[in-house]
Design a protein around this ligand. Structure first.
Ligand SMILES: Nc1ncnc2c1ncn2[C@@H]1O[C@H](COP(=O)(O)OP(=O)(O)OP(=O)(O)O)[C@@H](O)[C@H]1O
Ligand SMILES: [Mg+2]
Length: 596
């Protein structure tokens, strides 16, 4: 378990301490104005009660002949100003967050994307880490609401409650205690809610991810042809509905528990509220408070109670429902990042693997076991072996995508662990086994590997020629500007054509070393030979690693590394290996007749 997973549970105070700076720093100017308006707004609510008392007292005094009419008008003016001021501030404090939150959302999303870029690619092979990433998006949205509520409590509700507390204390100290007692049951309900919903989020996040995956198996373009043709539609639909059903049941159970508790606590609150009114009435009869004070408190106590309930039930309630997602967001922000600090590319030279072993997260056996191998500067190395023998994993280690758990990878004499991702990848290009099909134009599909590289049509023609992307007007009606996506109103390509585009993309990036993981699996053998010949021509001066199952193509390589069960069991040229009894000879003999 890594550091982030161990720290999964973060208390509410911890969440506040870490989230408030993150959100506030996203729009500091807006935040400062919002806080000021909110404080004034809170005080203006309290002032209304004082203004009411003054007004009612003046009216009472006027009826008894103890004051003049202009004093009543003065009090009325004060009451009017307090009301208008409160409404105006209310309008401003409602409007500000709509603009401010949009800005903050954009900044936090950007932060998430940057964080993902700094994570080690191996994290994406780990189901638990994928959950963290999935949960982070949700947590980010709730984080903004959470911080808004915290600030509103501190800058609006707190000044108002303090004002009212002071006001009531001066009138009759027991009133303050009575009001506090009213809110204890409500607070208890909320703490139960917090606990239950934090657990709920933990249980439902993996299920939500499964649901989304099953849904995509039925509806997404990538899967639906296969799932329908092979009859998997009903299977995925049932899995989707079962998971949805389980999720609903868990949610329902949690809600029932909270609602029953809340109902009984509300009964207690109503009893407390009635008690306060009795206390007030008693004080009035004993002439401990004036008629004006009684009337002001009587009319304000409703809104005081409503505001308190609003803060505890609505705001703290929604906050507590989201506590789980906030913890996940913070856990995500604290996921371990790649540790390398040397930003300067190591330059072109030998790549040396020393006793390298690597296991995927959660796997019981290593995918690569104790491999020592050198890719010499300018050499073309072919890697062959059966399915699952560790070829793709080995080349991900060579190009620094994964870091070995033991042993080390040296790039031109520099330990790859010390390098930043940017430095490691600077001189390397690759065409992976699972290459991407970007729903963009042909030009973008090629140039995306090196967006900063200057190019003209001739550059594109050259890489397309090597990769075998034929520029006919039927396949690419708009030339390089042809949109390669049916969804966006363009064309789709065959598997082999897509693969050639991926190869062109790999060649377009300026590189000293290129890694090709079965780049021609979807291309016919005749075309493959041509691609490899062209490739050998342009790679003469560069280092290259080619993974392939078709042994006819490995002859272009200077050396061949043969893999079996995660180990490199043979290294040599085709001529050497084919005459030695071993894995290569066995593979060659099984394919030989194809080439005869
Ligand atoms: N993401 C992953 N998580 C866990 N195990 C994995 C993962 N990817 C690969 N493996 C395992 O690691 C081993 C090596 O896989 P790898 O993809 O490197 O083999 P390969 O030689 O490239 O196979 P192929 O010829 O089919 O492409 C296999 O046993 C595989 O099951
Ligand atoms: Mg592979």
């Amino acid at each position: 378990m890594n550091k982030a997973a161990e720290k999964k549970k973060i208390g509410v105070l911890g969440i506040i301490k870490r989230l408030v700076p993150v959100v506030c720093c996203a729009a500091p100017g807006f935040m400062a104005v919002d806080i000021m308006v909110s404080i004034l707004h809170g005080i203006s609510w309290g002032l209304q009660t004082t203004a009411q008392q003054v007004f009612f007292d003046r009216v009472t005094e006027l009826s008894l002949g103890n004051t003049a009419l202009d004093q009543v008008f003065l009090a009325l003016g004060f009451l009017g100003c307090a009301n208008v001021g409160c409404q105006a501030l209310n309008g401003v404090s409602n409007f500000l967050p709509t603009v401010m939150n949009g800005k903050i959302r954009g900044k936090l999303s950007f932060g998430i994307h940057q964080k993902i870029a700094r994570l080690s690619p191996v994290m994406f092979e780990d189901a638990a880490r994928l959950d963290d990433i999935n949960k982070a998006e949700q947590g980010k949205n709730n984080a903004i609401g959470f911080v808004n509520i915290i600030l509103m409590i501190l800058t609006f509700y707190l000044p108002y409650f303090l004002y009212m507390g002071g006001y009531l204390f001066v009138l009759k100290p027991i009133l303050v205690v009575a009001i506090l007692l009213v809110f204890i049951p409500t607070t208890l309900t909320q703490s139960l809610r917090t606990r239950i919903f934090a657990n709920l989020e933990d249980q439902s996040a993996p299920m939500r991810r499964k649901c989304e995956y099953f849904e995509s198996c039925i509806t997404s373009r990538e899967y639906f042809k296969e799932t329908r043709l092979l009859g998997g539609f009903r299977y995925f639909k049932n899995l989707y509905l079962d998971t949805l059903d389980t999720m609903q049941k868990i949610k329902m159970r949690s809600n029932m528990k909270v609602n029953w508790f809340e109902l009984s606590m509300r009964m207690l609150t109503v009893a407390g509220y009635c008690g306060i009114l009795l206390l007030l009435f008693d004080a009035l009869l004993k002439q401990e408070i004036s008629v004006g004070a009684f009337a002001a408190v009587f009319s304000s106590i409703g809104s005081l109670y409503n505001l308190m309930e609003e803060v505890i039930c609505r705001h703290i309630g929604s906050m507590s429902q989201n506590i789980g997602t906030l913890q996940n967001y913070l856990n995500f922000l604290e996921l371990e990042e790649e540790s390398g600090s040397v930003d300067k590319a190591p330059g072109w030279g030998d790549v040396v693997l020393q006793n390298v072993s690597f296991s995927y997260p959660g796997a019981s056996t290593p995918a690569v076991k104790n491999v020592s191998l050198t890719l010499h500067k300018g050499e073309t190395l072919a890697v062959v072996g059966e399915n699952g023998s560790g070829k793709s994993t080995l080349i991900r280690l060579i190009c620094g995508l994964y870091q070995p758990q033991s042993g080390s990878v040296w790039m031109n004499g520099v330990d790859a662990r010390k390098l930043t991702a940017k430095a490691r990848y600077q001189d390397i290009s690759a065409v992976f086994q699972k290459y991407q099909r970007y729903q963009m134009t042909l030009r973008e599909n090629i140039t995306i590997s090196s967006p900063d590289r200057e190019w003209d049509e001739r550059t594109l023609d050259e890489v397309c020629k090597v990769a075998g992307v034929e520029q006919d007007r039927v396949t690419f009606p708009d030339g390089y500007e042809t949109m390669l996506s049916r969804e966006f109103g363009g064309v789709d390509l065959s598997g082999g054509q897509w693969q050639r585009v991926a190869i062109a993309r790999g060649f377009f990036k300026k590189h000293s070393m290129i890694v090709l993981d079965e780049p021609t699996a979807a291309i016919d053998p005749y075309e493959e030979t041509r691609v490899y010949r062209q490739f050998a021509e342009i790679s003469k001066e560069k280092s290259a690693i080619v993974v392939t199952h078709r042994l006819g193509s490995v002859k272009i390589a200077d050396r061949i590394a043969v893999m079996k069960e995660g180990r490199v069991c043979q290294v040599g040229t085709h001529e050497e290996l084919v005459h030695i009894e071993g894995e290569y000879q066995r593979l060659w003999e099984s394919q030989e007749r194809w080439y005869e």
